[in-house]
Design a binder for this molecule. Structure first.
Ligand SMILES: Cc1cc2nc3c(=O)[nH]c(=O)nc-3n(C[C@H](O)[C@H](O)[C@H](O)COP(=O)(O)OP(=O)(O)OC[C@H]3O[C@@H](n4cnc5c(N)ncnc54)[C@H](O)[C@@H]3O)c2cc1C
Length: 299
C-alpha cells in the first residue's frame, strides 16, 4: 500500500491505523487504515481517483456523530473535511459555509451577528456536511428550512443544487441515495433577529437537552427514527429495555432512544441491543424501527 499512500499524500494530511473510537462520538469500533484530510476540492477529486484506480474503499466522515462503526478493521480510507473545508462567509442574512465546519460553531457565529434560524442546531454535534446529509433537526426545525443551495461534487463535476433538488425529508436527503456525492459547501438564508433573544433561546434549548439526554456519556444521539405513530422511546420502554445493557453498552435510563457507552463498550454489544429492540418491537407491535444511526463497516 505504500505507493498508494505516497499518491494520496500529495493531496492530504494522512493518519494511519486510527481507532474509530477517535473518529466517532460513540467512541467504539476497530481501526481505519487511513484517515485523510484533503487540502481542497481538487485534492479531494485526486484522492477519489486514486482510490478508484486501486479499488480501495473510501468513506466520508463528518464528526462521526451519527455513525456506529463495527469492531473490525477497515482496510480503506476515511475522508474528513474538517481540517481544510471550514471557511464561513456572511453576507447580510446569507451564509456560505464549507462542509467541514461545526454546525454548533456556526450557530454561535450566527447568534453573534444577530442572525436567527440556526438556534435549533446549537446542540447538534455534527459538521455542516453531515447535517445536510441527514437533514438534521430539532424542536420542529430542520436544515431544510434554512438551506438554499448545496455545493456537491459528483461524477467529476462540482455543481450547486437548489433546496428542492436536495429532496429533503425527515432525516433524509438526496445525498443518502447517492453514496458517491460529496457535500462541499452550503448556502443558508437566515433572518435578522435580536442577539440576546437568539442567545436565550439557544441556552434554553441547551438546558432542555441536558435535562432530557444522557450527554455525560458517549453516544450517537437518537438510535432509531420515530415511527409514524408515536416515538421510538415509547416502544423501547414497552419492551422493558430502558436501562438494559450488555457489558458497557446500555440503553440510557435518561432517554431510552439513546444507547450509551458507559466505559469500554464494544460495537458488537451496541449492535446486539439494536437488534434485540428491533426484533422485540417487530414481534410485539408489528412495527419496524428504522435506524437513524448509520452502521458502517459491518459484514
Ligand atoms: C449527543 C448527540 C445529540 C444529537 N442530537 C441530534 C439532533 O438533535 N438532531 C439530529 O438530527 N441529529 C442529532 N444527532 C445526530 C448527529 O449529530 C447528526 O445526524 C449529524 O447530522 C451528523 O453529522 P456528522 O458531521 O457527525 O456526520 P457523520 O456522523 O460523520 O456522518 C453521517 C453521514 O453523513 C455522511 N457525510 C458526512 N459528511 C459528508 C459530506 N461532506 N458529504 C457527503 N456525505 C457526508 C457520512 O458519510 C455519513 O453517511 C445527535 C448526536 C449526538 C451524539
Amino acid at each position: 500500500m505504500s505507493e498508494f499512500r505516497n499518491k494520496i499524500a500529495q493531496f492530504a494530511d494522512i493518519d494511519e491505523n486510527v481507532s474509530f473510537a477517535r473518529l466517532t462520538t460513540m467512541k467504539v469500533g476497530g481501526k481505519a487504515r487511513y484517515v485523510v484530510y484533503p487540502y481542497d476540492e481538487f485534492a479531494l477529486e485526486g484522492i477519489i481517483e486514486v482510490c478508484r484506480e486501486n479499488n480501495v474503499e473510501y468513506k466520508m466522515f463528518g464528526n462521526g456523530s451519527n455513525i456506529l462503526c463495527s469492531d473490525d478493521f477497515f482496510d480503506g480510507v476515511v475522508i474528513k473535511l474538517g481540517r481544510y473545508f471550514n471557511k464561513v462567509f456572511f453576507n447580510g442574512t446569507e451564509v456560505v459555509v464549507q462542509a467541514g465546519y461545526s454546525i454548533i460553531s456556526l450557530a454561535y457565529d450566527a447568534m453573534k451577528k444577530s442572525l436567527s434560524g440556526l438556534e435549533f442546531a446549537s446542540g447538534i454535534p455534527g459538521t455542516v456536511g453531515g447535517c445536510v446529509f441527514m437533514n438534521a433537526g430539532a424542536y420542529k426545525s430542520n436544515m431544510s428550512d434554512i438551506v438554499t443551495e448545496v455545493q456537491v461534487l459528483h461524477d467529476g463535476i462540482i455543481e450547486w443544487l437548489d433546496n428542492t433538488r436536495c429532496e429533503f425529508g425527515y432525516r433524509t436527503s438526496v445525498f443518502q441515495k447517492n453514496e458517491d456525492w460529496i457535500v462541499l459547501a452550503v448556502k443558508m438564508q437566515l433572518k435578522e433577529g435580536v442577539r440576546e433573544e437568539i442567545n436565550e433561546l439557544m441556552q434554553d434549548r441547551q438546558k432542555r437537552r441536558f435535562a432530557t439526554q444522557p450527554l455525560d456519556y458517549p453516544s450517537a444521539g437518537s438510535v432509531f427514527r420515530n415511527p409514524e405513530n408515536g416515538f421510538s422511546w415509547q416502544y423501547i420502554d414497552k419492551i422493558g429495555y430502558r436501562g438494559k445493557h450488555y457489558g458497557d453498552a446500555a440503553v440510557s435510563e435518561k432517554h431510552s432512544n439513546f444507547i450509551v457507552n458507559t466505559g469500554s463498550a464494544k460495537a458488537s454489544e451496541i449492535n446486539q441491543l439494536i437488534e434485540d429492540i428491533q426484533q422485540l418491537v417487530r414481534d410485539e407491535y408489528e412495527i419496524e424501527l428504522i435506524l437513524e444511526v448509520e452502521k458502517f463497516n459491518w459484514k
